[in-house]
Write a protein that binds this ligand. Structure first.
Ligand SMILES: Nc1nc2c(c(=O)[nH]1)N[C@@H](CN(C=O)c1ccc(C(=O)N[C@@H](CCC(=O)O)C(=O)O)cc1)CN2
Length: 352
């Protein structure tokens, strides 16, 4: 099923870190093209509320990744005690900032803050996490496309694509129905013509469902719940789980394991993602990609956000006539158009 001759699969291990590195290099090249053409860098704002260690780590990783590819970082670090209004005001400021093309609010939020309200307050044009109800709604509908697809699900599909794994016509089992992963990845697989069973805590005989699947996406958040005997020989297994388990031999006192019993599942699988080093790095790579796609829409004026319209008219007024444009600029524009066009196809790509 997975093409083990790709540079990303070795000894059945699907190296998400390597795929993510390739995507980050592509993003960096597109950022350079955008800077050459528009004289501006894409900007990503990350909002974090509270002091959760894991969330702070992820936010640090996102900022570092932005820096490495030339995306400008913005954002706000709010205390655990921040009120809902303060969070909404922060989002409103970022919505209005013309240098910010992507906004994300790190999840989970503290309990006293209404997650739905905050996610719906993010401008749909800057919703690089794809969690705005309008983007989620479009993802659910046949013949509609969201402006942004959530990063981890997009990363799972990209892993399948970059290892030439056929999706169309195959059976897929998704374990877990979260808004961040399970639900949207099931929708993406359906849009790619897979036959999908979405398993959850009330699913009966989950083992049997998984046994019939050519593609398994494990996103239940339960350490090593999927056993090797559940995996159909030759299946491709994408393990989204990142569960800390006590390990006295580690400096931190714990290690991360996935939702799949890795060594056992690897026996039967054609390819399996490791934890860490599988889906995690893809989440951040896809965030960078979503941000660059957003900036490109802002810069070329195809985005409906008022700031984008203003920027596009200002740019048009400042533009020299076509006859004086250097050939190099034209080449850059063409390369940029091609790059952004190719990327925009990801959610509904018909390749199998
Ligand atoms: N607003 C959002 N919040 C959350 C999201 C999200 O996509 N948007 N996803 C997760 C957390 N997350 C990103 O935010 C994330 C999780 C894991 C990784 C990652 O690279 N993990 C590494 C291991 C890292 C470690 O050692 O701790 C790996 O798997 O190799 C990146 C991003 C919940 N919140």
């Amino acid at each position: 099923m997975a093409d083990s001759s790709t540079p990303f699969v070795s000894d059945k291990i699907l190296d998400g870190k390597a795929v993510a590195a390739q995507i980050r290099a592509e993003v960096a090249a597109t950022v350079n093209l955008l800077k050459d053409k528009h004289g501006k860098a894409p900007g990503l704002a990350v909002v974090i509320v509270g002091e959760r260690k894991d969330s702070q780590t992820y936010v640090r990783m996102k900022k570092k990744a932005c820096e490495e590819v030339g995306i400008a970082s913005f954002g706000a670090d709010l205390p655990e005690t921040a009120t809902q209004q303060e969070v909404l005001d922060t989002v409103a400021q970022l919505n209005a900032d013309p240098n910010v093309h992507g906004i994300l609010v790190q999840l989970p939020l503290p309990k006293h803050i209404d997650e739905q309200l905050v996610l719906a307050a993010i401008s749909v044009d800057k919703d690089v996490d794809g969690f705005h109800p309008l983007n989620m709604g479009r993802l659910c509908m046949k013949g509609r496309e969201p402006l942004f697809v959530p990063c981890t699900p997009l990363g799972c599909i990209e892993l399948l694509d970059r290892t030439n794994t056929q999706i169309s016509g195959r059976r897929a089992a998704v374990i877990g129905r979260s808004n961040i992963v399970g639900m949207p990845v099931a929708l993406l697989l359906i849009k790619r013509n897979a036959t999908v069973t979405l398993c959850h805590s009330a699913t009966q005989n989950m083992e049997q469902v998984v046994r019939e699947a050519d593609i398994v996406i494990a996103a239940a958040g339960q350490a090593e719940m999927i056993k090797g005997s559940w995996i159909k020989p030759g299946a491709v297994v994408i393990d989204v789980g990142t569960n800390p388990v006590d390990d006295a031999t580690k400096k931190a006192g714990y290690r991360l394991v996935g939702d799949c019993a890795f060594e056992e599942c690897k026996e039967n699988a054609a390819a399996i993602t490791p934890v860490p080093g599988g889906v995690g790095p893809m989440t951040i790579a896809m965030l960078l990609k979503n941000t660059v796609n957003s900036a490109a829409r802002f810069f070329d004026g195809t985005c409906t956000h008022p700031a984008a319209q203003q920027q596009a008219s200002a740019a048009a007024a400042a533009l020299p006539s076509w006859s004086t444009l250097a050939l190099g600029t034209l080449a850059t524009a063409t390369a940029l158009q091609a790059a952004v066009k190719a990327w925009g196809r990801t959610p509904s790509r018909g390749r199998s």
